[in-house]
Each structure stands twice: as structure tokens, then as C-alpha cells.
Design a protein around this ligand. Structure first.
Ligand code: MN
Length: 715
């Protein structure tokens, strides 16, 4: 088992003045809480956090990361809590440990391979401090290095595959190539044991010969470049097994065909030497067209820089050559970690301090960066500021824009799930549909048969897909409503003219009529009647012979003029029916709504829409399916009838007092009738004409001031 002193010695090398107190305390704490626990290898559990801390010193990370590495499993595997860690080790360590714990306990589905990209993004999105990812990678590296202790081959394979799909790819994205290679080589062995063995056998068989070849070519390159005045270091290396395997897979090649399993890396001091070396190599050996890549001029997004070329080598074989400076080589190997780490062999000078603070700032304030340069840096660590990644109940990972709600999730799963959505559970708890999803949430949609999307959902939805599906559904519903209303109106109008609408609806003549009116289908025509834009009379005219029409027109018009009147009145009276224009409007005689009253519309048989006060007893009895949302839209010079009943003592002058009070309030009386009660009380029922509810209130207040009136009620 590695000792803490070895780890500290490595730390002192790159950070001589370090205050290692936090590491000491983390070590003691971890040893105490993991005491008695064993790894599958039989070693004390503590060996694992120590190895993880050791890997973190390989990455030259700061004391907080190393302390977090020592503590990374204590919340998940011991009785310690995040609060306890916070009290002893403070905010940063707690943040990293909690982040690693959260990622480790994500409920990924077994079918990881298929959705690897989203899973990687989810993990990156959940880590708002890049050190969370670095500790998690170190954790995974040690676990994969000790994977052979797992008894179950199936589990080994699953962990290995996950390592290839998720963690190696994350390491690559962060530019930590040595970590990527380590993860891949170890995981490849368990994920594809047969393929690994085959490649290993091939490589071994040719090893002696290859080694001779590498030495020869290396010397040849060094010699050639020194003739051009460039001193360099040449590394010849076998490509690692997994990249050989990938090449064989992706290009359908046999091992023998993967010639360039040896790649040479030329390391020089300056950028101009890189291009100089390239020129020399290309003039000595013939380059293969299209194989040249200049990642110095155009670095990869993870800041990888190098020249890549493939040439026909001294023995007619293909050689892959990379040319870069020493500094580039360091960054290429360590990626983001190189920026995060302390400079080798130096005390923490001002520049390091600055760089360190800058990255910390970048990670912590990633949302507030607007400057393009800073934005580029932000992309480099790729924390996906605009996306959230959530789970389905089966562990699939779905990506949504930030601010998305369960409604977006429901429509992403399936339009029908969205349409029938009535609620949602997030991480097992009921949430409102306005809840904003967070990366790592497990989302379950509750559906109810026969339920419908509501119009307010358009404001709750964030995705174009959900919004358009909701609109589509509402439009469809409105069309169906106009259609059934139009059909009822036509039936009624046709019947009055002794025609059977239902018998005529499927005839060529009806189709022609629809065409004449400029509609594609008969349905469109009927729906248009339902919205009141076309009258049934206009349709009927096409079914009546000319001569008869003349004779009958007046009759038909008499029958239908009432509806026409009402239509006009409806327009003037200005009530709008949700989603429909110019619909026939009628006001309920039972409750006489006036502007300002809360109102509801009801679709009536062939009569358009009747408006009632929401509290009207008749309205409450009606079929809720016929209910439709309406609202007032009127102008000030319109007047509306309202009914009142006034109770007063039966004495001379009562009616005079009442009418004076009403006209004082600038209202007119339309109708009056009296009802005598036994106990000397008269009930006076009125219909008066007012502008709106406020006006009506004024009238009623005036009436209440009359001494002989005991009660004023709206009826
Ligand atoms: Mn661990």
C-alpha cells in the first residue's frame, strides 16, 4: 500500500512551500472512517483513496483536490455526512466530494453505449468545478486498474465498457491524453478480452524486429534534422492496443494492414523548428496526401497542438509522425490539468497564482463570461451552460435546454405522453409543471387518459417541439369545436328549409359548394360556419332552385335574420370567444352579464355561444364539455341590461324614490314589475341598462341610500 508520505513528497516537488495541513487531516479522517473496510483485493479500503490521491499528484493538482481525493468515498461508503466534511474541511473540499458522490450514484441504464454522448455531457454538466471531474477520473483509473478482483465477468465487462464510452472520452475531451490511454488500455482488456489477446500476440511476435526498426528510424530522424540545424528528441512508440483495435474496426482492416502501429514523435524547442522539421521530413520522405494536419495553427478545442503527417518511410512503410514543442507536449498530455497544476520545481510565483485564480474564476463564474476569449476558454472545459441532462425512469439520459420543464420532457418522450400529461415526479417527489429541470434529475411523467394540454403550457414549455405540439393540439381542438358547432347550425337551418343536411353533406354538390366558397374540403366549410364567418343561409342558397329561391328567400331570411342580428350584436357587444372570431354570441336571459362580470360561454344547439355569468345557476347545470372560455372586449358607449330586485316598505312614493335614485346614477329602467309580500313589503323587479359592473354598483349604492328600501339585490 502506498504511504501518505510518498504522496506528500511528490507534492513538495512541484509545490515546495505547500501548506499540507488539509491533506494530513483528510488522511487521518479517511483512515478513521474507512477503518475495518476492505477492498475486493483484500487490502484495507484506505489503499483506494490513497492511490486516487497519488494519481492526483501525478496531475500536479492543488492540496484541496488531493484532500478531496482522500475523502472522495467517505460520504458514499461510510456514515459520514457532507455536513461533517463541511465543518472540518470547508466549502471547496465538500463541494468536490459531493460532486464526485453525485456522479458515482447516477442511475445509468445498462445500455450505456448507445447514449454515451449524452451521459458524458451530463457528467460534465453536473461538475461546476473541474476538479470534480479530475477526482472522478482518478477514482475510475484506480478502479479499472484493480478490476480483475471483481468476481463477475459480466460486471467487469460493463464497468470496462462504461470506462471506454464515458470516462476515457471525457479525459480526451479535457485533453488529458495519458489518462485516456491508461483508461483505455486497462478497460480494453476487460471489455474485449479476445481481441486484446490477439493484438498482444501479433505485437509480441514482431517485437524484436520492431524494436530494431524503431532504433534505426529514430537515429535516422535525429541525424537528418541535425543536418538542418534542428536538435530534437525523437520518441518512437507502439500505438496502444486499443487504438490499433479501433483502427482495425473503423477501417475494416486486418492487423497486418494496420502498418503505422509505430508512431514517431519529434519534440523540438520552438514553433518555427516544428515547421522546419516538417519541411526536412517531407523533403526526405514522401508525404501521403491529405494526411497532413496543422493543429499548431488551428489547435483542437481542448487546446491540443501538434503537426501530424504520414510519410512513406525508409523501408517503404507508412510512418506516422507528430511534431511539437516541449511545452505543447506537456499541455497535450495533461490538458486542462496542466493549467490547473502548479509549475514544476517552482514556488508558487505571481504568474502561477494569477493563472490559478483565473481558472478558478472561470470555473466558478462560467455563466457570466461574455468576452469572446473567455468564452473560448469556457468552451474548452465544456460545461454546457445551455443544456440540462436528465434521466427517464429507465435510466436513459435526455438532453434539454436549460430552463426546460416536465412539459418539455413529456413531449420529448412522446407527443401522446405530452398531450396526456397531468403531473410529474422528479427524484420521486411530485413537482409543479413549472419546475425547472436540473442535470441529474430523474423525471417521471404522470399521464391521465382523456386529459388535454392547457393553453398556459405554451408559457411553461421551453422547447420548440413542445410549444408547437401544444399549439397544434389547441388548434385541432378549436377546429373540432367549430366543426361540431357548424354542423349543428347547418342541420338546424337546413331543417327549417325542409332539407336534410346530413344527407346532403356527402354529395358532390356540397363538395362543389365548398370549392366555390374557396375551401379545400366540406369540413373546412362547415368549420367556417361554426366560426360564424359563413352563414348557413349562404350555404343553403346553393341547394335551392332559382325560382324557388326567389319565392322562399324572404322566408329563409326571416328565419335566419335573427341569427344574423345576433351575430352583429355579438360583434358590437364585444365578447371574444377564445380562439374563434365572429362567432354568434347571445347573452343569457337568466343572469344578464354586464362587462366586468366573470363570464363563461356555452356552445348551444345551433345558436352559437351563450354568455352567462360564471356564477349563474343555469350555467352551472350545463354540460361542461360545451363550456368555452370567453372574455369581455367592449367599448364604453355600449349598454347592457341587468336585473335587480329591491325590497321596500309598501308606501306611497316608493317607486318614485327608486326611479329617482336610478336616474341620478345615469341609468335607464327598461322593465319593472311589482310583487306584493304579506308583511307590508313590496319586491320590485327591474331590468335596467348600464355600462358595466362599476356602473351597476353605483346604481345599487344609490338605491341603498333610500331610507324606505330595505334590500337591494342583483338577480
Ligand atoms: Mn472510489
Amino acid at each position: 500500500m502506498i504511504r501518505i508520505t510518498e504522496i506528500l513528497d511528490k507534492l513538495y516537488e512541484y509545490y515546495p512551500d505547500v501548506d499540507d495541513d488539509i491533506i494530513d487531516r483528510a488522511y487521518i479522517f479517511s483512515a478513521r472512517v474507512h477503518a475495518g473496510q476492505l477492498r475486493l483485493s483484500g487490502e484495507p479500503y484506505l489503499a483506494h483513496p490513497l492511490e486516487v490521491a497519488n494519481i492526483l499528484t501525478d496531475m500536479k493538482l492543488d492540496p484541496v483536490s488531493i484532500a478531496a481525493g482522500l475523502l472522495h468515498d467517505v460520504v458514499e461508503d461510510t456514515h459520514s455526512t457532507a455536513d461533517e466534511i463541511y465543518n472540518i474541511f470547508g466549502k471547496d473540499v465538500t463541494h468536490i466530494v459531493s460532486g464526485v458522490t453525485k456522479i458515482s450514484s447516477l442511475p445509468f441504464s445498462s445500455d450505456q453505449h448507445r447514449q454515451a454522448e449524452n451521459t458524458r455531457k451530463m457528467i460534465l454538466a453536473m461538475a461546476d468545478d473541474i476538479r470534480v471531474i479530475l477526482v472522478k477520473l482518478a477514482d475510475r483509473l484506480h478502479n479499472i486498474q484493480t478490476l480483475h478482483y471483481h468476481k463477475s465477468a459480466e460486471k467487469r465487462k460493463r464497468i470496462a465498457q462504461e470506462t471506454l464510452d464515458i470516462y476515457a472520452a471525457i479525459a480526451a475531451r479535457l485533453g488529458i491524453y495519458w489518462m485516456k490511454r491508461e483508461l483505455e488500455e486497462n478497460a480494453f482488456y476487460y471489455a474485449y478480452p479476445e481481441e486484446y489477446e490477439r493484438i498482444e500476440n501479433f505485437v509480441k511476435k514482431e517485437q524484436g524486429e520492431r524494436e530494431k526498426y524503431v532504433t534505426t528510424v529514430r537515429n535516422l530522424i535525429e541525424e537528418t534534422l541535425s543536418h538542418s540545424g534542428i536538435s530534437c528528441e525523437v520518441l518512437g512508440r507502439y500505438k496502444h492496443y486499443y487504438s490499433i483495435y479501433q483502427k482495425m474496426q473503423s477501417q475494416g482492416l486486418e492487423f497486418e494492414e494496420v502498418y503505422d502501429i509505430i508512431a514517431f514523435r519529434i519534440i523540438v524547442e520552438t514553433v518555427s523548428e516544428c515547421y522546419g522539421a516538417l519541411g526536412t521530413i517531407h523533403s526526405k520522405w514522401k508525404p501521403i496526401p491529405k494526411k497532413f494536419k496543422d493543429y499548431i495553427a488551428v489547435p483542437k478545442p481542448n487546446m491540443y497542438q501538434s503537426l501530424h503527417t504520414t510519410v512513406i518511410g525508409p523501408y517503404g512503410e507508412r510512418m506516422e509522425i507528430q511534431i511539437r514543442t516541449r511545452e505543447m507536449d506537456l499541455v497535450n498530455n495533461y490538458g486542462i490539468a496542466a493549467h490547473w497544476s502548479y509549475k514544476e520545481g517552482k514556488t508558487q510565483d505571481v504568474n502561477t497564482e494569477k493563472a490559478f485564480a483565473w481558472i478558478q474564476n472561470l470555473v466558478e463564474n462560467q455563466k457570466s463570461f461574455r468576452d469572446p476569449e473567455e468564452f473560448l476558454e469556457n468552451v474548452r472545459i465544456d460545461l454546457y451552460p445551455d443544456e440540462v441532462f436528465v434521466f427517464t425512469p429507465t435510466g436513459d439520459v435526455k438532453s434539454l435546454p436549460k430552463g426546460a420543464t416536465p412539459i418539455d420532457f413529456a413531449f420529448l418522450i412522446h407527443t401522446e405522453v405530452g398531450n396526456k400529461c397531468t403531473g410529474a415526479r422528479v427524484n420521486g417527489r411530485l413537482v409543479p409543471l413549472a419546475y425547472q429541470l436540473k442535470s441529474g434529475d430523474i423525471v417521471e411523467i404522470i399521464t391521465t387518459r382523456g386529459s388535454q394540454p392547457s393553453k398556459d403550457w405554451i408559457n411553461l414549455a421551453k422547447t420548440v417541439k413542445a410549444k408547437s405540439r401544444i399549439r397544434q393540439h389547441i388548434r385541432k381542438e378549436e377546429k373540432e369545436r367549430s366543426l361540431s358547432l357548424g354542423r349543428e347550425m347547418c342541420e338546424k337551418a337546413f331543417r327549417k328549409y325542409k332539407l336534410n343536411f346530413n344527407a346532403l353533406v356527402n354529395t358532390d354538390k356540397m363538395e362543389k359548394t365548398a370549392e366555390e366558397f374557396g375551401f379545400k374540403t366540406v369540413e373546412d366549410l362547415i368549420a367556417n360556419v361554426g366560426t360564424g364567418k359563413t352563414t348557413p343561409l349562404q350555404v343553403i342558397r346553393n341547394f335551392v332552385p332559382d325560382s324557388q329561391e326567389k319565392k322562399e328567400t324572404s322566408l329563409i331570411e326571416k328565419v335566419l335574420s335573427r341569427q344574423e342580428d345576433q351575430k352583429r350584436r355579438g360583434k358590437e357587444d364585444g365578447v371574444v370567444v377564445q380562439g374563434m372570431e365572429d362567432i354568434l354570441i347571445k347573452f343569457g336571459n337568466c343572469c344578464h352579464p354586464v362587462p366586468g362580470d366573470s363570464i363563461t360561454g356555452y356552445i348551444t344547439q345551433g345558436q352559437g355561444v351563450t354568455i352567462h355569468r360564471s356564477s349563474c345557476i343555469n350555467a352551472l347545470k350545463m354540460d361542461p364539455d360545451r363550456r368555452i372560455d370567453v372574455e369581455w372586449k367592449y367599448n364604453d358607449n355600449e349598454k347592457f341590461p341587468a336585473s335587480l330586485s329591491v325590497a321596500g316598505y309598501d308606501q306611497v312614493g316608493l317607486l318614485a324614490d327608486i326611479s329617482t335614485a336610478i336616474s341620478k346614477a345615469n341609468a335607464n329602467i327598461n322593465e319593472v314589475h311589482l310583487e306584493h309580500r304579506d308583511d307590508n313589503v313590496v319586491l320590485v323587479h327591474f331590468t335596467i341598462v348600464v355600462q358595466n359592473v362599476d356602473h351597476l354598483d353605483q346604481v345599487m349604492a344609490g338605491l341603498r341610500k333610500v331610507p324606505i328600501i330595505s334590500d337591494v339585490k342583483r338577480t
